[in-house]
Design a protein around this ligand. Sequence first.
Ligand code: KIV
Length: 293
Amino acid sequence: MTTHPIELLQAFCTFTTQNSAMSTAKKEFKRVTVKSLVDMKQQGEKISMLTAYDYSMAKIVDNAKVDVILVGDSASNTMAGHETTLPITLDQMIYHAQSVIRAIERALVVVDIPFGSYQSDPKEALKSAIRIMKESGAHAVKLEGGKDIKDSVKRIIRAGIPVMGHLGLTPQSIYKFGTYSVRAKEEAEADQLKKDAKLLEELGCFAIVLEKIPASLATEIAKSVSIPIIGIGAGNGVDGQVLVIHDLLGMTHEFNPRFLRRYMNLYEEMSTAIKQYVTDVKSKDFPNQDEQY
Ligand code: KIV
């Protein structure tokens, strides 16, 4: 007997709701689940999503009531200093996810399956997803791609693991694209994108990230599927937004895409503070009488 993907999604939702009811009673807070996200879409409430890769940052992000924390493979850039997301390993992603999970009380935590850990076959994809869930305690995984990874997505979902899709600009394929410019401006690519979004919905994905595509296309896709569409550089007609936390806080200053709104200039603020510390140490101002035993 085969089970329809939607039934599987409903089963996840029931399971996570029951779990969240238990934890709500104990800890007096509400946990975000995959079902909460679908409810938010239905009620027209926008979903907030941000990356975090470590305990301290995740604690702040969770306390600020961000709905979804993405342990993104952008850790390869922000945390490890690589030019692309390709080098980060499954072990490294699990390490970051473990640190984030220790911090959170409310957010749904989604972890990227890194490049090279799911592309060769569905068995490998499932093994990687299981390692992430088992070793980190994360709540869901994210994979980049549409029809090319269909069997992997199917297999992971059938194992009971919620999957978030990622279409449009998919950074793990950067060497195929050759550039980080806006995707799906041409009709053929836009049509394929629409088909891929429908396919991911049919397979039972609980949400899809759309990265750097025209706003009108993203809006059309968000209206055509029942699962939440989270945009990054995809305009305001989608169901939620995601940004990389280092970009939002202005810790990175060399990356300036049009879609990015910086809420702080932390690079400058941190530099000023650290330079002041150096000055205070050199001048023997720090530590003073009150700062010693
Ligand atoms: O890895 C990441 O940070 C991401 C977001 C840009 C969506 O995939």
